[in-house]
Design a protein around this ligand. Structure first.
Ligand code: NI
Length: 227
């Protein structure tokens, strides 16, 4: 499931993030965090992973998402790696690749299976040329270029790429989540069921059918969740 979530950060928050990244950010070659295949196709810069600024901004994003019902419903997170930040300019790009299946938190032995990939856009689409995130699924290639403060989440199993940024600068945060539900099709079904229950509740209140469906939702989650 490819899902766009709007306004995770306000425009004021985006402005503050951008200002800090420009003033205090220590940018390094993006190839520091990829394996061999990725290193051959990745041309961008990354905020030094583990730096004070990366931790500060990363924690703010994680706090926002911890309190975001739609993100929770779509990702069903078990654990999430600290967000990383990247910057593409001057033709920078990241060719077609698939993200590593198992990752570890910087400075920790804690392993994480990447189920859900997320990109949070920090540049407005009119600030740069190119730079579309293209995600491939069975319906073909989807182009994603969102307003600053919005995010896209997609299954980490998908091949994807970032097209060259020919003008301007594209700044974004990205991170991986291990979901309680490994399988994307099951996660998508649970998300759709949850959204339908919420809309049923919104329209008719806490009726008996909404309670029953909510019971089914939790029983499916109980069947499928890996904790
Ligand atoms: Ni990737």
């Amino acid at each position: 499931m490819l899902l766009h979530i709007e306004g995770v950060l306000s425009k004021a928050e985006v402005g503050e993030f951008r200002q800090k990244l420009a003033a205090e950010g220590e940018w390094v070659d993006g190839r520091v965090t990829v394996g061999q295949q990725g290193a051959q196709v990745k041309r961008n810069q990354q905020l030094r992973p583990g730096s004070a600024l990366a931790q500060e901004l990363g924690q703010r994003i994680q706090q926002k998402l911890a309190a975001h019902p739609q993100f929770f419903s779509a990702a069903l997170p078990l654990r999430t790696l600290s967000p990383l930040f990247n910057r593409y300019a001057g033709g920078g790009h990241y060719g077609l690749h698939v993200d590593g299946a198992v990752m570890n938190q910087l400075g920790s032995m804690q392993l994480l299976r990447s189920d859900v990939s997320t990109t949070l856009f920090l540049s407005e689409p009119d600030e740069y040329q190119g730079g579309e995130l293209e995600v491939k699924d069975t319906y073909g290639l989807h182009e994603v270029k969102l307003p600053a403060g919005d995010l896209v989440l997609y299954p980490s199993t998908s091949l994807h790429q970032v097209l060259p940024v020919s003008e301007g600068e594209r700044v974004a945060a990205f991170f991986w989540t291990q979901s309680m539900i490994r399988d994307d099709a099951r996660r998508a079904m649970l998300y759709e069921l949850d959204q339908s229950i919420q809309s049923l509740r919104g329209r008719y209140g806490e009726i008996e059918e909404a309670v029953a469906l909510s019971g089914h939702y939790h029983n499916l989650l109980r069947q499928w969740a890996e904790l």
